[in-house]
Design a protein around this ligand. Structure first.
Ligand code: ADP
Ligand code: MG
Ligand code: ZN
Length: 479
């Protein structure tokens, strides 16, 4: 009889912070500059250069710590993690081992199955990112770009509390939303501003001790994470079932081949010869500083969800979708503040906005039309100044170019024609020109009216009030 196994997972999540400058120098953190243009003696590890801590990094780390129910370390410090690698010019990374800025936190997750549970946060520490190696395609060499060297990171280390890919993704989603709401990072897995290393072991159901774990790197989408977890679980179970042992090691996941391979055996902290960085003063955090950061914390998602239900009375589905992005929620609230029609604004965001984002392969965070223009569009439809098909076209212009819909409708003559006389004469002409359809309609093929409607709308260049057209048509046809 085959045994039953439980998967045990703990995550180490690196998040690039959204500061303008690096953690220990004033170089820009902007992504995509020409290689080695955002560099100075500090972030290229020149002898004699000295690091100076960026206060904003500490503030972001504390904000994330408070939002994840951590204790804040008031007397912390930085340590050197020594290792040799060409993208690491100092031959050590400045990180925190002994006294990380945050400890003992927890976040609540909701799984797809509807369950709720807490995932413990062991610690959050601050550290610097490394440079990037560029493996030359044409020459037989590798080049190094230090633009990323010294970009601030926080590493969020969870307890081994997760038991499935589902829980892992719920946890990552939760962290992503907290950090995005704080504005501390954009948390994009595909661009590397959020990176998750998955530590995984298996054990027989009922066992009290954890099994030996492996750590998987290079996971840059939720789908890759789910696939990697499934494959690693199977691999470890196969080893155990065939009497072999799981080796504690770091493995690299290849998502195309759906296979992981050993990268290196796992280092222990002692392999890094950590010691306190003598170039940096201790990180002293006052109660006042913590309280000030606490008072600046934004309204988080679950709070927003509750308020939306009370204040706007829109369906739960809409609320979940809108609050899934702080940026979307901001647009929603600002638009409603102007036009006061929550459900209509929500419809534009969930319908056309999502459709256009998908069409144009864009992210929600890239939406950049102004709430004023969406509010004006809602007003134009509520007053029946334009009909719904014209409104869709106008919205697309708002979405792509942020045009002023009032001006646009005026300049392009898009107002709905509800001059009954003009409509009636157009319809009479169309009815006279299409005797076959009229005959069909009278013979009971009511669908024929759709064709006549279409002809009329076309003649009116889409600007007629469809309700009115229908009414007049029915009236004329039933004569
Ligand atoms: P290190 O600092 O050497 O990488 P830690 O003990 O701090 O190792 O743990 C790193 C991560 O591995 C943590 O997220 C932790 O929850 C997870 N972890 C530790 N032991 C196990 C285990 N047996 N199975 C799965 N995950 C584990
Ligand atoms: Mg580790
Ligand atoms: Zn620099």
């Amino acid at each position: 009889m085959s045994k039953e196994y439980e998967t045990v997972i703990g995550l180490e999540v690196h998040v690039e912070l959204a500061t303008k400058t690096k953690i220990f120098c004033s170089c820009s953190t902007a992504f995509g500059g020409a290689p080695n243009t955002h560099t100075c003696p500090v972030c290229t590890g020149m002898p004699g250069s000295l690091p100076v801590l960026n206060k904003q990094v500490v503030e972001y780390a504390i904000a994330v710590g408070l939002a994840t129910n951590c204790d804040i370390t008031k007397n912390g410090k930085f340590d050197r993690k020594n290792y040799f690698y060409p993208d690491n010019p100092q031959n050590y990374q400045i990180s925190q081992l002994y006294l990380p800025i945050c400890r003992n936190g927890k976040v609540e997750i909701e799984t797809e199955a509807g369950g709720k549970k807490f995932v413990g946060i062991h610690e959050i520490h601050m550290e610097e990112d490394a440079g990037k190696l560029v493996h030359d395609d044409w020459g037989d060499c590798s080049l190094v770009d230090f633009n990323r060297s010294g970009v601030p990171l926080i590493e969020i280390v969870s307890e081994p509390d997760m038991r499935s890919a589902d829980e892992v993704i719920a946890y990552l989603e939760k962290l992503r939303l907290i950090i995005q709401y704080l504005g501390a990072s954009d948390c994009k897995l595909n661009e590397g501003s959020m990176r998750a290393d998955v530590n995984l072991s298996v054990r027989e159901v009922g066992a009290t001790e954890f099994g030996t774990r492996t750590e998987m790197k290079n996971l840059n989408s939720f789908k890759a994470i789910a696939r990697a977890i499934e494959a690693e679980r199977e691999r470890q179970i196969d080893l155990i079932e065939s009497g072999e042992e799981v080796i504690q090691e770091t493995r690299r996941w290849d998502d195309d081949k759906e296979y992981s391979y050993a990268m290196r055996s796992k280092e222990d902290a002692q392999d890094y010869r950590y010691f306190p960085d003598p170039d940096l003063v201790p990180v002293i955090v006052s109660d006042e500083m913590i309280e000030e950061i606490r008072s600046r914390q934004p309204e988080f998602r679950h709070e927003k969800m509750e308020r939306y239900a009370k204040e706007y009375g829109i369906p739960e589905y809409d609320i979940a979708m809108i609050t899934n992005s702080k940026h979307m929620a901001d647009i929603f609230e600002q638009t409603v503040a102007i036009c006061n029609s929550p459900k209509k604004v929500s419809n534009w965001l969930m319908g056309e906005t999502m459709r256009l984002l998908k069409d144009k392969n864009m992210e929600v965070e890239e939406i950049n039309f102004s709430p004023e223009n969406l509010a004006k569009l809602v007003a134009l439809t509520e007053s029946n100044t334009i009909n719904s098909s014209v409104a869709k076209d106008v919205f697309e212009r708002i979405f792509t170019e942020d045009i002023d819909p009032e001006k646009y409708v005026e300049e392009n003559g898009l107002k709905t024609v509800n001059d009954e006389g003009a409509l009636r004469s157009t319809i009479e002409k169309i009815v006279a020109d299409n005797p076959k359809s009229v005959e069909d309609y009278k013979a009971g093929k009511t669908k024929a009216i759709g064709f006549l409607m279409g002809q009329t709308m076309r003649q009116m260049k889409g600007k007629a009030d469809p309700g009115m057209v229908n009414e007049i048509l029915v009236e004329i046809l039933s004569k």
